[in-house]
Design a protein around this ligand. Structure first.
Ligand code: CA
Length: 509
């Protein structure tokens, strides 16, 4: 008995006072709007991402990583807090303000001696707490000559954003005390709209004839919210702002993205894009031909921008290798959510449909994770904070809603979450109706509100592209009952009272 007690006391004290240098370093690289469909490791037919693939090859690829709310700021708020949007308070990009005084996993890491930093896009305002160092993009950031905010104030750095963010991150790593573990988040602007690559990547994908996704001409039958959106490549993607096809050089140079460029940057863009515009003008495309031309240009700009970022991810991995840090550094690459590459005819995100609900995520940690691992377990972005805390031997705070998936890293065949809860709150740009829902291995139930008041139910096994809403199909009566029960369980589990109140309103007339 006494022996056992002594043993417990000893392990407890070891747990608490584990020498700081034994704790792993943490590097999170979070991109913006990077679709798994555009990543080599995820089987992309076109996207070449050797450096992201390198992380997957040397570690694990998550085939079922999801987000709780598919949009920029809320996703980063969840990453930092391990909480769903209604609990961390940052529900949408348009009205929310992030409260940095709340508990963040980086604060927990600081408590045990970590040196913490965020460099690049954070999109949660500029009153940061929990970071020993930061140098963040102002707001959304810009692709060229971006403005940054650090503890020293605001300054502009000349150059291309993915290069600059990477250089700043590496410069910071050079200054850190090697006796202390670090946690660095690199936030990329890429591959966010308006998809502006480093000019050296122009041309990589120009000769490819991209296949249209099978759902490109979706008519949104049985899905009222999808009928109302404003994120269609055909109707809503702008020829100038998005695709750089301005009616004149003067128009191009009055656009904010180009106005801030220096002459050499302007020249590289006009030399590439003006001939494309001139050719397009000759062709007088309309209807489907024009829609498909836009799709192709979108793919090219997007994949080029991803390539500019991927090269920079390689620079950081090389740095870790050179400094012999790779063994004891957890590296996670993920996007803040998934993105549409023409599926349903769309660009953008927001929906609980698979392409935006899922996010790419790869992870490397040689100490624990075997190379070439594939993880099928369902995880959500709220699980990242508690996972990192466990790996750093820090106890998870009681109110953190995510659940550590360290057990999956140890045994990659294990399951993690059975059902997934989702809630998208924003009611603005792109006209996507707010909605919440639940997904299990086979079915997905969604309740829309505000813009559209209705339900959708999908059988993902029979209908993986989510084209047939079977909510009113009598054959799915028992499935519907089961999924509603699951939804109630999830709303209560995450204490989403707003969703619960909406759920109680009967709209089935
Ligand atoms: Ca985003």
């Amino acid at each position: 008995m006494l022996k056992k007690l002594l043993f417990t006391l000893l392990t407890l004290s070891l747990y608490k006072y584990a020498p700081a240098q034994k704790r792993p370093n943490i590097l999170i690289i979070i991109s913006d709007d990077h679709a798994y469909q555009a990543i080599g490791a995820y089987g992309s037919e076109y996207g070449k991402t050797p450096q992201i693939d390198r992380i997957a090859d040397q570690g694990a690829i998550f085939k079922n990583a999801f987000v709780n709310n598919s949009i920029c700021g809320p996703s980063r708020a969840t990453l930092l807090t391990g909480k769903y949007s209604h609990k961390n308070g940052f529900k949408d990009n348009e009205t929310s303000e992030f409260d940095f005084s709340q508990d963040l996993f980086v604060k927990q890491l600081q408590n045990v001696g970590y040196n913490t930093a965020w460099v690049g896009k954070i999109h949660l305002g500029d009153k940061l707490q929990g970071f020993n160092y930061y140098d963040i993009l102002v707001g959304q950031g810009t692709y060229f000559n971006p403005d940054f905010i650090s503890k020293q104030g605001r300054n502009r750095t000349e150059g291309y954003v993915s290069d600059i963010v990477t250089e700043k991150a590496i410069n910071w790593l050079d200054t850190v005390d090697s006796n202390r573990p670090f946690c660095l988040v690199i936030g990329h602007k890429a591959t966010h709209r308006t998809w502006m690559p480093d000019p050296k990547d122009f041309g990589t994908y120009d000769s490819i004839s991209f296949d249209l996704p099978s759902t490109f001409y979706d008519n949104y039958d049985t899905r009222d919210a999808a009928k109302q959106q404003e994120m269609s490549i055909d109707k809503d993607m702008k020829m100038g702002y998005d695709l750089k096809m301005f009616n004149s050089l003067e128009d191009m140079m009055t656009d904010d993205n180009f106005k801030r460029m220096d002459q050499a940057q302007k020249d590289s863009y006009t030399i590439y894009y003006r001939p494309i515009y001139e050719q397009l003008k000759q062709r007088h495309l309309t209807g489907k031909q024009l829609a498909e031309w836009k799709f192709k240009r979108y793919m090219i700009d997007y994949l080029n921008t991803a390539q500019s970022m991927d090269r920079n991810i390689g620079k950081v991995l090389d740095y870790l290798d050179q400094k012999s840090l790779s063994e004891n550094t957890i590296v996670i690459y993920l996007s803040d959510q998934g993105f549409y590459m023409g599926e349903h005819g769309w660009f953008d995100k927001r929906w609980m449909y698979e392409e935006s609900f899922r996010t790419p995520m790869v992870m490397r940690y040689p100490t624990l994770l075997r190379a070439h691992s594939t993880i099928d377990a369902k995880v959500v972005n709220a699980d990242i904070a508690p996972t990192l805390l466990e790996l750093a031997s820090v106890k998870k705070p009681k109110d953190m809603q995510g659940e550590s998936f360290v057990h999956v890293l140890k045994n990659t065949k294990e399951e993690h979450r059975k059902d997934l809860f989702y809630h998208y709150f924003e009611n603005g740009e792109h006209a996507v109706s707010p909605h919440f829902g639940v997904r299990d291995d086979r079915y997905k139930l969604i309740r829309y509100y505000k813009r559209v008041e209705n339900w959708e139910l999908f059988d993902l096994e029979k209908d993986p592209h989510e084209l047939h809403n079977v909510y009113r199909d009598p054959a799915y009566k028992s499935v519907l009952k089961m999924m509603k029960k699951k939804l109630v369980t999830q709303m209560r589990k995450f204490d989403d009272k707003e969703a619960e109140a909406i759920y109680k309103v009967n709209i089935d007339h």
